[in-house]
Design a protein around this ligand. Sequence first.
Ligand code: ATP
Length: 151
Amino acid sequence: ERIRIEPFMAQTIQRMEDLYPEFAFRMKAEGTGKVVRINPLHLEQMLLIIIENAVKYSAEHKQIDIRCYEENKRVCISIQDYGIGIPTAEIQHVFDRFYRVDRARSREIGGTGLGLAIAKNLISHYQGEIAITSVEDEGTRVTLSFPSVSS
Ligand code: ATP
């Protein structure tokens, strides 16, 4: 199914704003009309996993920046939080099933460690990629990318 990414993101963000009114969600879309081919339920599930993590692991700075852009013929969606971050040595493990960063602040927060494993599995069906960069105590950015199809 063809999805126009910008209205889809705007809708998703609106739902997250309703769920988490204490958070400021900012969306920046660069360019218009980007289209990807994906089952909307799958895209939605990935976004919920990632945005809910951003909310869960942001104790103080309750702002989330979402950016849609195109790079090398791929449509990218990045979700940046300003929360507790992930230690560099552990980033490689966060996609493993049941893996949770072993840190008091992360452990206190409920979770199964399955979310990112599910997101990674879903995205693999669409030639998609998921990447994480993070700095401890500064924040985390998760970037999804998909082949862009012409609208
Ligand atoms: P759930 O399955 O309920 O989503 P979870 O959040 O523990 O539980 P994942 O989404 O797979 O599971 O994330 C794995 C681990 O990666 C988390 O336990 C957390 O330690 C770390 N993590 C994921 N996203 C973030 C983030 N935005 N900021 C800081 N740590 C994160």
